[in-house]
Design a protein around this ligand. Structure first.
Ligand SMILES: [Zn+2]
Length: 324
């Protein structure tokens, strides 16, 4: 009996078990809680809107201490998965549940009294992670969830979220501007759509570094995308999207729609057709051949292509591939 007690006392604290719906959520969680056991449900090469969870994944949800979902309707399968997992502590409203998108300003919110449009984005565009300014908000939400289930280490999670915010700011604007103006001031200007005017008025335009500095070439450039994954990226980097191959999110194009897209490409002079790697690029290939535009395969999430191993590499790759 005595020896069992000694054994129990000498065991290290159990690692928290966290289930994240999407790879980028798993990556942010790993930054905040490197010691946690993290399971990610959707692979970066898979379409996040659809998932048929395996029994092994459902079992992971059943034993999880924390469940992190994007929300905004991106994971229509999430509610049924939670219902079936038999783990009351991680249901919405409980301490073990995190809706990562809470507090993020939504784009493309349907107008009018009827929210449901019959497509994959009935609550507005859910692809929030393609704007780097949104991801520290998500990190704060996840840190708060980790602190709820593991209060002893609560301060450490919150501190790591602050460090992450600073790191994202440095990668967004460059070390120099974050050092001189402060990342939060730059975030405020960027959110208000005043960053570029402000920098120009101060003679600092050429000091903009990081993703926005490198991505300056993207501003105003005309493109066509397959799926509406890009609202937040477009908003931050100033691209001009002239059309989408899908009629609406998740609704495949008719021949007439594709003819319209082809004409739009020709009239607008769009040079790039972007397709996330989880989608079939058959329509995009035909359009590229017919118009001379370049088909660019893009990772939609961490792991979407092999070299995108974390969130930073995801944005690095998008800025580089679209700027070529
Ligand atoms: Zn979508």
């Amino acid at each position: 009996m005595m020896s069992l007690l000694v054994l129990l006392l000498s065991l290290p604290a159990l690692a928290q078990e966290v289930v994240c719906t999407l790879p980028w959520l798993g990556d942010v969680t790993r930054v905040l809680a490197p010691e946690a056991e993290i399971t990610v449900l959707v692979q970066g090469t898979e379409d996040p809107h659809h998932l048929s969870p395996t029994p092994a994944l459902t079992a992971k949800v059943g034993s999880a201490d924390l469940y992190v979902e994007n929300g905004l309707g991106l994971e229509p399968w999430s509610a049924a998965l939670l219902d079936g997992a038999g783990n009351p502590g991680i249901l919405p409203g409980q301490p073990g549940f995190v809706r990562a998108s809470q507090g993020v300003t939504r784009l493309e919110v349907p107008s009018g009294a009827t929210p449901a449009t019959g497509d994959l984005h009935p609550e507005g565009n859910p692809h929030i992670w393609l704007d780097p300014l949104n991801v520290p908000i998500v990190a704060d939400n996840i840190a708060a969830g980790l602190a709820r289930i593991d209060p002893e280490n609560g301060e450490a999670y919150v501190e790591r979220a602050k460090t992450f915010r600073h790191e994202v700011q440095v990668r967004t604007y460059g070390e120099e501007l974050v050092g001189s103006l402060g990342g939060d001031v730059l975030d405020g200007l960027a959110r208000g759509g005043k960053l570029y005017d402000f920098l120009e008025s101060k003679g600092l335009s050429d000091r903009l570094g990081g993703w926005l500095g490198e991505g300056a070439a993207l501003r105003g450039r005309s493109m066509v995308f397959h799926h509406r994954s890009w609202a937040y990226f477009i908003d931050r980097f100033g691209l001009r999207v002239v059309d989408y191959i899908e009629v609406r999110p998740g609704i495949a194009p008719s021949a007439a729609h594709l003819d319209g897209v082809k004409m739009t490409i020709q009239f607008s002079g769009a040079k790039v057709i972007g397709v996330t790697s989880c989608y079939d690029d058959q329509h995009a290939r035909v359009l590229a051949e017919e118009t001379g535009a370049t088909l660019v395969r893009l990772p939609g999430d961490v792991g979407g292509i092999p070299e995108v191993s974390d969130y930073y590499a995801l944005i690095d790759t998008l800025v580089a591939r679209l700027g070529e």
